[in-house]
Design a protein around this ligand. Structure first.
Ligand SMILES: C[S@@+](CC[C@H](N)C(=O)[O-])C[C@H]1O[C@@H](n2cnc3c(N)ncnc32)[C@H](O)[C@@H]1O
Length: 285
C-alpha cells in the first residue's frame, strides 16, 4: 500500500540538502559535452504547490527552502540551486517569500538542467503522482515516465546507452525493510553499471542506527563511496534529525565543493546549536 505523499514534505530541510547535492552532481557530470542519462527511481510528483492544503498542513518548507529564499550573500552552489527553484516560480521576487509558490521535485530540477543531448527516465509507483509527472512533462521527448517500481527500473534501464549519467534513488522509507532492499538493489545496480554515478538519499532517524547501512556498504566490495550528511539537530526532539546521501562514483572534486557549501547550509537550516554536517569517504578509490 502506498500511503506516502511527498507533497507533505516538499521543500523541507531534507529536500533542500538533497536537491543542492543533485544540482551540483548534474553540473559536474555536464562538464563533459557527451550525452548523459539521468534515472530517477522514485520520482514523486515532479512539482509541488506549497500553497495547497497538504503542503501547508505542517508547512515543512518554512524551515527548508523558505530559509534560503531571501538569504543574503549565498554561496555560488546555493545560488545555482535557487535559480532552479526560481525557474519554477517565474513571477517570484527573491526578497519576498510570499511569492514562492512552487517547489520543484527532483525530476523538475534535473529537467531544468538537462542539455539537448541528455535524457531522463523517471519511475514512480503512486498513480496520482505518476499522472502529475505525465502532465508536467507532457510531449517532452527527452523525458520518459514509467509507472513502475523504481528498483525494477534499475534492472530495466541500466546500463544506459549513453554510458554516462546519474541515478537518484530516493525511496519513502515507509517499509521496515527499506534500508535492506535499498542496499540489495544498489549493490546489484552497481554490478550492472560499475562506472555509473549513484546518489542514494537516506533519513537519519532517532530510532534507526544508520551505521548499519554504512557498514554494509564498507563490506560490499564497491569502491569510491562517499557520504555527505546534514543534521539539523543532534537532540532526539524530532524523529528525523538529519539526512544523508551515499554517492557512488561521485564526480571529481565533489567532496571539495560540498566541504565549501555544507557549513553554510548547516548554519541556515540547523534547528539548534547541535546541528552539524559531514563529508567523508566511506570507501576510497
Ligand atoms: C521521497 S519521494 C520522492 C521525492 C523525489 N525524488 C524528489 O526529490 O522530489 C518517494 C516517492 O517514491 C514513490 N514510491 C514508493 N515506492 C516506490 C517504488 N517501489 N518505486 C517507485 N516509486 C515508489 C512514492 O510514491 C513517492 O512519490
Amino acid at each position: 500500500m502506498l500511503s506516502y505523499r511527498h507533497i507533505y514534505h516538499a521543500g523541507n530541510f531534507a529536500d533542500v540538502f538533497k536537491h543542492v547535492v543533485l544540482t551540483q552532481l548534474l553540473r559536474m557530470l555536464q562538464r563533459k559535452t557527451t550525452p548523459m542519462c539521468y534515472l530517477d527511481t522514485h520520482g514523486g510528483a515532479g512539482r509541488y504547490d506549497l500553497m495547497a492544503a497538504p503542503a501547508t498542513r505542517n508547512a515543512e518548507y518554512t524551515t527548508g527552502i523558505l530559509r534560503l529564499w531571501s538569504a543574503p550573500e549565498v554561496p555560488d552552489m546555493i545560488a545555482d540551486y535557487l535559480s532552479v527553484v526560481r525557474a519554477c516560480n517565474p513571477d517570484s521576487v527573491p526578497d519576498d517569500s510570499s511569492t514562492l509558490q512552487y517547489y520543484p521535485g527532483s525530476p523538475r530540477i534535473a529537467r531544468t538542467l538537462l542539455r539537448p543531448q541528455d535524457r531522463m527516465i523517471v519511475c514512480e509507483l503512486h498513480p496520482t503522482d505518476v499522472q502529475r509527472l505525465r502532465e508536467e512533462f507532457q510531449d517532452d521527448k527527452q523525458v520518459a515516465i514509467h509507472h513502475q517500481d523504481g528498483y525494477q527500473g534499475l534492472k530495466a534501464f541500466l546500463p544506459p546507452k549513453e554510458k554516462r549519467g546519474l541515478v537518484l534513488i530516493d525511496p519513502p522509507y515507509e517499509l521496515k525493510d527499506e534500508f535492506q532492499r535499498l542496499y540489495d538493489h544498489l549493490a546489484t545496480a552497481v554490478a550492472r553499471w560499475p562506472t555509473g554515478c549513484f546518489a542514494l538519499w537516506y533519513p537519519i532517524l532517532a530510532d534507526y542506527p544508520i551505521t548499519r547501512l554504512h557498514q554494509q556498504l564498507c563490506d560490499s566490495g564497491i569502491r569510491k563511496i562517499m557520504l555527505c550528511e546534514l543534521n539539523i539537530t543532534r537532540t532526539a526532539s524530532e524523529r528525523m534529525t538529519g539526512s544523508g546521501m551515499v554517492l557512488v562514483n561521485p564526480p571529481w572534486q565533489l567532496d571539495t565543493q560540498l566541504n565549501t557549501v555544507l557549513p553554510w547550509l548547516s548554519r541556515c537550516l540547523a534547528r539548534d546549536a547541535s546541528g552539524d554536517w559531514a563529508v567523508r569517504w566511506l570507501v576510497p578509490e
